[in-house]
Design a protein around this ligand. Sequence first.
Ligand SMILES: [Zn+2]
Length: 313
Amino acid sequence: MKTVRYILLALGCTLILLVQGCTITSHAVGKPAPGKASSSAEMERLIDQPGPIELETINSADWSVPLSGLLNLKSPAAIQAGLKDRDEPIQVYAHVLKHPQRGNYLVDTGVSKKLLDDPGKEGVSWLVRKVMHTEKLHLNKSTAEILQGMNGKLSGVIFTHLHLDHISGIPDIPNDVPLYIGATESTETYKLNVFVQGSNNQLFENKQPLQEWPFLPDPQNKFAGIVDIFEDSSVFAISVPGHTPGSVAYLVRTTHGPVLLTGDTSHTRWGWEHTVEPGDYTQDNAHNLESLQRLKNLVANHPQIEVRLGHQR
Ligand SMILES: [Zn+2]
């Protein structure tokens, strides 16, 4: 009788969570990230001048996932092009960002070999593995190998957002490394987070609290907000809500010129070129599309920007 009561209670709790939703992780949020609120005018004033950053994008793993997750196949452009659902090859990236004084940072994490060898031990649930089709992930360079190849230690991890394919290198990140995210990324609720929160919590266990970039409204209203993360105009965090509530793109002033890391505001080359936002993987399609249009406007005004998309080159 007692067991039946527990089962009913557990089912009831799951139902309530499904209706109300929950946060993507309940890992602690710490003090705000360093950096200062900036503006699109300030960013655009300097964008075309080379900066001090060295940036290397590493293909940590090859993967394939349904196109319907990566692209809104119901969009007029996708229908007109006759796109149908299929398995689409993609890559999982980590970007190594070197600042001459502040040291080495990762933008997103790539994939840890530990997570593929024993996902259960790293806390990734059977359900998440099943939905993600982790058996289709082929590792090229693990997060541990990326860190070994760095000259010096890791100063921080800068996230575009907290979906599992962007935090899948966390098991290899030392526990004392600061972790930076977009505003409300880990505090807004969403119904499908019920299935991933447990896995994400276990990945972040013993890691540093998450620190949000201190965004304020952009005075020119071209973006939701812009932060000059090193306070020297070398790297700008750009708030691009939609794919997730706290999604962030990064404009990096490298020694070779400006590079835009879009994160998953656009997963694919086709989506970027045709201004079509992601499909099932996106939380809020309308806001995702608006953020994508804003990033495309930035690139249209500064065509020398090299665009690096969420999952395709
Ligand atoms: Zn992704």
